[in-house]
Design a protein around this ligand. Structure first.
Ligand SMILES: *[C@@H]1O[C@H](CO)[C@@H](O)[C@H](O)[C@H]1NC(C)=O
Ligand SMILES: *[C@@H]1O[C@H](CO)[C@@H](O)[C@H](O)[C@H]1NC(C)=O
Ligand SMILES: [Ca+2]
Ligand SMILES: [Ca+2]
Length: 389
């Protein structure tokens, strides 16, 4: 093409020739625009989708520093105690039904990720062979009641409490709370940083968790999640463990229960129905979070492994996977963000189609939001949980 152009430019004497050049340039330009157009809209979609349900865009400003006196995970003495017979985790007493049970996930080999990625930029692919040893995983997301036992026993202060704010989805806020919030996330304007918002006040100071003790704890950072799991004698699951557990033994399926979103005309997870971000009809029964015991468990007995709240995993984030088979992979050695899995009650196919087992997203370890929680794993089940198996 360039050769042709050069030739024509060399013969620009006649106005007729000039016209031909213009025509060719116009055609070329058009072609390029079309190609660009495709790329641009795909990128746009990815960017938007990341903003979508707090998938990637909702992060703390990296310049933000924790106040000096704030909870420092390393300083907490409980981190030195493993949960033995006399630990506070083993002896916690409460009026609330416990939801800290774990289930044995028998090790095996599976295909992690997918060769049909929906979000290429998320590193959903390629599909790769991963072998895992046996491990245990919490049957439920960590609930407000379980998290409160930890706080009662240790006095732990979450990062959202120390920073003094966290992110909440606009539709869940009272008019009063919304008034006065001007700063929003450009890529996802429906996320608002709310002062005084934390796990005990999920929609700001005028909200509480009294009627939601069995709902998942939210507004917990990765660091908070690690601290809790350690107290409980557990740890966060690796991304590979989480995804293996999500698939529940099914091969190459989208969801923990198969490929159809609503088999038997039932809802199988707490996600978004209606038009994102304006209307959530709550057809599945919930506009916000649901109890951690809700919805049918997958074949590995796990509830809400997709939907309800995103779940932190232990791994650093990268999108740079190869097909090389791995055994008990721990993810990259370093990174900036941590991987979260499973999507949330804010996910809709049109905007954040991430309630699939292969889907993934990321956040900085100090970030928190109203749709982000966790569940713990462990290599050996803590002694105090054995009798409940
Ligand atoms: C934590 O302690 C408070 C004050 O003693 C108590 O009212 C609350 O029920 C405890 N939380 C749980 C989950 O048992
Ligand atoms: C991609 O992965 C390879 C192998 O693990 C590593 O050497 C390389 O630095 C990675 N590149 C990026 C951009 O992360
Ligand atoms: Ca819902
Ligand atoms: Ca979940």
């Amino acid at each position: 093409m360039i050769f042709v152009l050069e030739f024509l430019l060399g013969h620009l004497q006649t106005s007729k020739m000039y016209f031909v050049v213009i025509l060719i340039l116009a055609l070329l330009n058009n072609n390029a625009a079309e190609e660009m157009g495709e790329t641009v809209s795909w990128d746009d979609q990815i960017t938007n989708n990341q903003g979508g349900c707090g998938c990637g865009a909702v992060k703390r400003n990296t310049d933000e520093q924790l106040p000096q006196d704030s909870a420092n995970v390393q300083e907490h003495t409980f981190l030195k105690i493993n949960s033995e017979k006399y630990s506070s985790a083993a002896n916690a007493q409460t009026i609330y039904p416990r939801t800290n049970q774990m289930v044995l996930i028998k090790g095996g080999t599976f295909m992690m990720g997918t060769d049909e990625p929906v979000f290429v930029a998320d590193g959903e692919g390629p599909s790769r062979k991963v072998s895992l040893s046996d491990f245990y995983l919490d049957v439920h997301e960590v609930s407000n009641a379980e998290f409160e036992l930890f706080v009662n026993a240790t006095g732990y202060r979450t990062e959202a409490e120390s920073f003094g704010d966290s992110f909440v989805f606009e539709l869940l806020l009272s008019e009063e709370t919304k008034t006065g919030i001007t700063q929003a996330v450009a890529a996802a304007p429906w996320w608002l940083p709310v002062k005084g918002c934390n796990w005990k006040h999920p929609e700001g100071p005028d909200s509480n968790i009294k009627d939601r003790m069995d709902h998942p704890v939210v507004h917990v950072s990765w660091n908070d999640a690690v601290a809790y799991c350690h107290w409980a004698g557990k740890r966060l699951p690796t991304e590979a463990e989480w995804e293996y557990a999500c698939r529940g033994g099914l091969k190459g399926r989208l969801f923990p229960w198969g490929n159809k979103l609503n088999p038997k005309d039932k809802h199988w997870a707490n996600i978004w129905q209606g038009e994102f971000p304006g209307t959530n009809t709550g057809e599945d029964g919930y506009v916000g979070t649901c109890p951690v015991t809700e919805f049918p468990a997958n074949a590995f007995h796990l509830h809400n492994i997709v939907g309800n709240v995103w779940e932190w995993t232990a791994d650093w984030w990268n999108i740079n996977h190869t097909r090389t088979p791995t055994v008990d992979p721990l993810g990259p050695e370093t990174g900036k963000d941590r991987v979260k899995k499973g999507g949330s009650y804010l996910c809709h196919k049109s905007y954040c189609y991430r309630y699939r087992c292969a889907a993934r997203s990321q956040n900085t370890p100090d970030s928190s939001a109203g749709n982000l929680g966790f569940r713990c794993a462990s290599t050996n089940i803590p002694e105090y949980l054995k009798e409940h198996q």
